[in-house]
Ligand binder design. Structure first.
Ligand SMILES: Nc1ncnc2c1ncn2[C@@H]1O[C@H](COP(=O)(O)OP(=O)(O)OP(=O)(O)O)[C@@H](O)[C@H]1O
Length: 241
């Protein structure tokens, strides 16, 4: 893997339990790229993201992510890999029993931060970046979907990761709120961070075009290199979305 490459998969098979989901996956993503991952429901987008963050084990091929060899990764090393990446999910996954500040503190403390002042400063910085500084004391249920997703992005960038994996981050949001979210993700990308984003959202893909990978028939292909033009309307939600 060259120093410019942050994701390098070669001949990787992806399984969910005994079921083969994707086969012979070859994929290189360079540092600083913004890449979409599209495909029909159940085509394996989330499974691929789970391979990249070591939620799913790898049994074949070679895979390097942020400098880690996934085939050789020991359980005890997974937290070090995860510190190099931030993950954003469609369903937010905030801890519902504590406020925003406590959610972010929880992550920092779990990843080795000890000095209270430094923790407080970092939380203020990331909340400022996502335009949510005034909501530190709010409980997750007191926030709109778009606001919760901003907090999730703040959480994802706490440890200044090189790579953001976003699994349908705008899936539950209206177009205007999706635009705000995309603005934040694009800004993070413009600062050199790599973003891989699974999406069904036609509006987003149309408005913010970028390199697009397609999951179909157990394969992952780059739409720019496809032999036949990819019919995006088949793979994405309605244009009115
Ligand atoms: N935990 C699991 N155990 C067993 N099979 C699973 C599991 N999670 C997903 N699968 C199966 O793996 C296949 C791919 O699912 P995956 O979630 O990766 O697709 P996806 O492209 O992300 O779909 P969606 O657009 O609905 O999120 C599906 O057939 C699904 O049923």
């Amino acid at each position: 893997m060259s120093s410019e490459t942050i994701i390098a998969l070669h001949d990787v098979d992806v399984f969910q339990q005994d079921q083969l989901i994707l086969t012979h996956v070859n994929l290189d993503v360079k540092v600083g790229e913004f890449v979409y991952l599209i495909g029909k429901v159940g085509s394996g987008k989330s499974s691929l993201i789970k391979v990249l963050n070591a939620e799913l084990d790898l049994f074949s091929g070679t895979a390097e992510v942020a400098g880690f060899d996934l085939r050789k990764l020991k359980r005890s090393e997974i937290p070090f890999l995860r510190r190099k990446m931030g993950v954003v999910f469609q369903d937010f996954r905030l801890l519902t029993d504590r406020n925003v500040q406590e959610n972010l503190e929880f992550v920092l403390k779990a990843t080795g931060w000890k000095i209270e002042k430094a923790i407080k400063n970092r939380i203020h910085e990331v909340m400022e970046r996502v335009g949510m500084k005034s909501k530190l004391k709010s409980m997750p249920h007191e926030l709109s979907g778009g606001e919760q997703q901003r907090v999730v992005i703040a959480r994802a960038i706490l440890n200044d990761p090189e790579l953001i994996l976003a699994d349908e981050p705008t899936g539950n949001l209206d177009p205007e709120t999706s635009d705000e979210l995309m603005g934040i993700l694009k800004e993070i990308n413009s600062q050199g961070k790599t973003i891989l984003m699974a999406t069904h959202d036609y509006h987003v893909l149309n408005r913010y075009p970028a390199r697009t990978l397609v999951c179909a028939e157990q394969k992952v292909s780059d739409s720019a290199e496809a032999e036949q033009e990819v019919d995006f309307s088949e793979l994405l939600d309605e244009q009115t979305n």
